[in-house]
Design a protein around this ligand. Structure first.
Ligand code: ADE
Length: 226
């Protein structure tokens, strides 16, 4: 998979790709992530990328021309399965979307700033609009990092234990069950007996029950989805 990120602040989004699982995925050649500094495509001597909004009001709007130049250049080199715009009024990211996007070949992600990008850029270039939650960030970069992390870890070969991503919360529509590691007794707090029993069938059943109970207690809304 190849991900192209269009941003005014490349330095804000670089570090998640320089550590841990995402770094390894890049080193293994499973995914390529490229940052594109939109400022380089700015207009005039000031490399202008934003302007006041028509109709008045506080906040700047990202202009269409710099985006057009950069996106045009990228699209001339390859076809994109999705051109994603990170925005609080997009569809809220969930595990299903991450699963779906993890199967794509080429993805472009546009990070907005200020009041966002000119509506015509959304109409012309964007195929999918994603929010990471009902709150406003100062820019789309942190949202893009969250999106990339959620989908890259699902690509086969990225997580060494293939089954690990499959047993995550949400992957089967339920939250994950509780987990324990050594010591078996910590200051009198014991690990549930069944997990020490070696009876894999009973353990699987226990985990399933716990996952269901946890979901019912914490996120009953998930049980009512289709
Ligand atoms: N940009 C600003 N706020 C955002 C959000 N909640 N999700 C995605 N991109 C954003």
């Amino acid at each position: 998979m190849r991900i192209d990120i269009v941003t005014l602040l490349p330095e804000l989004i670089r570090s998640p790709f320089e550590a841990s699982i995402l770094k390894r995925a890049i080193e293994k050649g499973i995914v390529e992530v490229h940052m594109h500094d939109l400022r380089k495509y700015g207009l005039n001597a000031y490399n202008q990328v934003d302007d006041y909004q028509y109709g008045g009001g506080a906040g700047m709007v990202m202009m269409i021309e710099p985006l057009d130049k950069l996106i045009h250049e990228l699209k001339a080199q390859r076809d994109y399965d999705e051109v994603i715009y990170m925005t609080p009024d997009g569809e809220t990211l969930n595990q299903g979307m991450a699963n779906h996007l993890s199967l794509k070949e080429n993805i472009m992600i546009i990070c907005g700033h200020y009041k966002g990008i000119d509506e015509r850029a959304r109409m012309l270039f964007v195929t999918k609009e994603i929010s990471i939650g009902d709150y406003v960030l100062s820019g789309g970069e942190l949202g893009a990092a969250v999106l990339c992390d959620s989908l890259i870890r699902l690509i086969p070969g990225v997580i060494s234990d293939e089954t690990s991503a499959l047993t995550d919360s949400f992957q089967d529509g339920l939250l994950a069950p509780p987990v324990y590691t050594r010591p078996a007794d910590y200051k009198g707090m014991k690990v549930p007996e069944i997990l020490l029993s070696g009876n894999t069938k009973a353990i699987d059943q226990w985990r399933e029950d716990q996952a269901y109970q946890r979901t019912q207690q914490r996120r009953p809304d998930l049980l009512n989805e289709d």
